[in-house]
Ligand binder design. Structure first.
Ligand SMILES: Nc1ncnc2c1ncn2[C@@H]1O[C@H](COP(=O)(O)OP(=O)(O)OP(=O)(O)O)[C@@H](O)[C@H]1O
Length: 326
């Protein structure tokens, strides 16, 4: 699957498979995508489909109980899979920054926010303490945290979850990374703040030509910011294309189902449809198409045969034997 782009981050055949109590667990299976500089790729899918595991694989921060991934992750011409832990520490932060889903795990509880923020900037961006303080203040203001001095003097437990989330985003954006991974950056925030955060990510992309992997289960957030979209199901990319291709010509029955399950309050809320059933568990053996048990368009052939990604056109790929035709 090749896009007509100049990739900056390129993932080839990423697999995360591990054995637990004698059972094979498939977390990621043959994940492929690429992101050029200055572009946003949205990764969307139901809870548990493998979005965060994809992000953590890129950062080389998978939980220790999950064995190392296989495949290739190219950042520029460097295969991150081959880097030592020491070299990877040089990449994280300044080159590739990540906004984590859970802000609580990011901060050290016994050190003030200011100390953590300023030391990170000093260390990653080689700034003086005074310069780092200025950048930290400015960055917090841009995240809508007006009383930045007070925030910097607080300890993590003194901030609400939403505030901590915004401080973490401010820290990631302040480093002006070459590449940003934003894992559900706005889920914990109210809608006005959500919009502000998305605008700041957009500004970073425009100003510094930053490539972005935006992870969300919310198609609205994805549509707002992304150039390209990958739809993930049960650890696999099942559809991939330009945002307008995915929204107006969704070809995989799962993508179509996801789009039909978005509430449309302006029109008819009664038209809301749900995708019946549940995705397979990671330990379940998969022979045919993973979506077969839930697919409204399934045929017997799909039960025992696994589809591969096929090109619909140069901007759209789908992994389905019987894609929806337009
Ligand atoms: N520490 C772990 N050990 C074993 N399996 C795990 C671990 N963390 C996650 N998983 C499994 O990996 C799969 C993918 O999880 P992942 O967190 O990537 O999903 P996600 O798409 O990001 O979901 P969400 O939107 O809820 O964050 C899930 O089936 C999950 O149960």
């Amino acid at each position: 699957m090749r896009l007509e782009t100049n990739p900056f981050l390129k993932i080839e055949n990423l697999e995360v498979v591990f054995t637990n109590k004698g059972k094979k667990n498939t977390v990621l299976n043959r994940v492929n995508f690429e992101i050029p500089k200055g572009k946003v790729l949205g990764l969307v899918g139901e809870s548990g489909c493998g979005k965060s595991m994809t992000a953590l694989s890129i950062m080389k921060l998978l939980p220790p109980e999950i064995s190392a991934p296989s495949g290739k992750i190219f950042f520029n011409d460097m295969n991150l899979m081959e880097l030592s832990s020491r070299d990877m520490r040089q990449i994280r932060g300044k080159r590739i920054a990540m906004i984590f889903q859970d802000p609580h795990s990011v901060f050290n509880p016994v050190r003030s926010i200011g100390r953590q923020f300023i030391e990170t900037l000093q260390h990653r961006m080689s700034l003086s303490k005074k310069e780092a303080l200025e950048v930290a203040n400015q960055s917090l203001l841009e995240m809508g945290l007006g009383d930045s001095q007070k925030i910097l003097s607080c300890y993590p437990f003194q901030l609400s979850g939403g505030m901590k989330q915004r401080v973490m985003i401010a820290m990631a954006l302040a480093m002006k990374p070459d590449f940003l991974i934003a894992d559900e950056p706005t889920t914990a925030l109210d809608v006005t703040i959500q919009a502000q955060i998305l605008i700041e990510i957009e500004k970073l992309k425009e100003k510094y030509n930053t490539g972005v992997l935006l992870i969300s289960h919310n198609f609205g957030v994805i549509a707002q910011l992304s150039d390209w979209v990958c739809v993930m199901y049960a650890g696999e990319i099942i559809e991939y294309g330009l945002v307008k291709e995915i929204f107006y010509k969704a070809s995989h029955p799962y993508t179509k189902g996801l789009l039909c399950s978005i509430p449309d309050f302006a029109n008819n809320i009664n038209s809301l449809q749900q995708i019946l059933g549940q995705p397979p568990e990671i330990y379940e053996e998969r022979k045919g198409c993973s979506f077969y048990p839930r697919c409204p368009y399934r045929k017997d052939f799909c039960q025992n045969n696994h589809p591969l990604m096929e090109k619909i056109n140069s901007n759209h790929f789908v992994s389905c034997f019987f894609p929806i035709q337009y």
